[in-house]
Design a protein around this ligand. Structure first.
Ligand code: ZN
Ligand code: ZN
Length: 116
């Protein structure tokens, strides 16, 4: 099913298509922002793309955090360790590697491990 490419990463509060700029992960999202309406108990540190969990356990309203924009270059990246790191803000792994000196050693290790 071909989605209209205009729907990709549109930051639409009502949902659309999320696509990671690094690994190409392509997923439907149901909400963009900090407070998903289907899970009012959570507030995120950043605006991000969120999908409802297709397999909720115990009738709970769980969700999946798909990803968000790199604060440095604005590219949309997913949560995978090989695509982004979160340190106060979301950074894509390219920007993180380019500014590796800015991160604490623990995060630096994660960046070097994942950027080959
Ligand atoms: Zn990715
Ligand atoms: Zn970046």
């Amino acid at each position: 099913m071909a989605a209209n490419s205009d729907d990709i990463n549109t930051q639409n509060e009502k949902g659309g298509i999320f696509e990671c700029g690094l690994c190409g992960l392509h997923e439907t999202y149901h909400y963009y922002g900090r407070q998903p309406p289907f899970h009012r108990a959570v507030t995120f540190m950043e605006e991000c793309y969120i999908a409802k969990d297709p397999f909720p356990s115990d009738g709970g309203c769980s969700f999946l955090l798909l990803g968000s924009e790199c604060v440095s270059c604005g590219q949309v990246v997913c949560q995978a360790n090989s695509c982004s790191v979160f340190y106060a803000h979301r950074f894509c792994l390219k920007c993180a590697a380019a500014n590796i000196g800015e991160f604490p050693s623990e995060i630096q290790q994660r960046i070097t491990k994942n950027s080959k």
